[in-house]
Design a protein around this ligand. Structure first.
Ligand code: MG
Length: 176
């Protein structure tokens, strides 16, 4: 059975959406993801507010209640019948995220076994046929096929294999 590793933030879990909500609430702004398309959110904020993003991410509960990226549950469930699925998240930057991320996965992806949740730092340790991720750097030393999942920050980066959403993931692995 071929093996697929799936990233969490911006692929299964909408962390950016929550950052935008928190930022808009604090500063009475109306930023949307379109305002940062092709950019990192931090780079479109005034310099004096950029540090707030890191503070939000370091809050104990930040990763507890992220929205689910549309169609990820259904398509991943379908993929799990023909592929071995691992969820691999680079969680070491935010150690407080371990518990919230684990509970979020159990809650929203109950068809996946917790034995296949991987909390890692450097993803080059992963050994799989495919890695679906929004960060191109994780593909550099990955031996399998990288599949770039579109997020605002990578929207203008060239990628050999890109998917814009989970319906395109479905088309890629289950061609008509
Ligand atoms: Mg990610």
């Amino acid at each position: 059975m071929k093996r697929i590793c799936v990233d969490m933030d911006e692929v299964l879990a909408d962390a950016l959406g929550k950052l935008i909500r928190l930022y808009n609430a604090e500063f009475s702004e109306n930023l949307t993801v379109h305002d940062m398309w092709g950019n990192w959110m931090v780079n479109v904020l005034p310099p004096g507010r950029q540090d707030r993003l890191m503070s939000y991410l370091q809050e104990d509960e930040f990763f507890e209640d992220l929205d689910i990226i549309p169609n990820s549950q259904r398509v991943l469930e379908r993929l799990s019948r023909g592929y071995e699925i691992f969820v691999a998240t680079a969680a070491m930057e935010f150690p407080k995220s371990f518990g919230p991320k684990f509970r979020w996965l159990e809650r929203h992806f109950p068809f996946l076994s917790p034995t296949h949740f991987v909390f890692c730092g450097d993803k080059s340790i992963l050994h799989a046929d495919f890695l679906i991720d929004d960060m191109p750097r994780h593909f550099e030393r990955f031996a399998g096929q990288g599949v770039l999942f579109t997020a605002a920050h990578n929207a203008k980066i060239a990628a050999p294999v890109r998917v814009n959403n989970w319906l395109e993931v479905e088309d890629l692995f289950f061609p008509a």
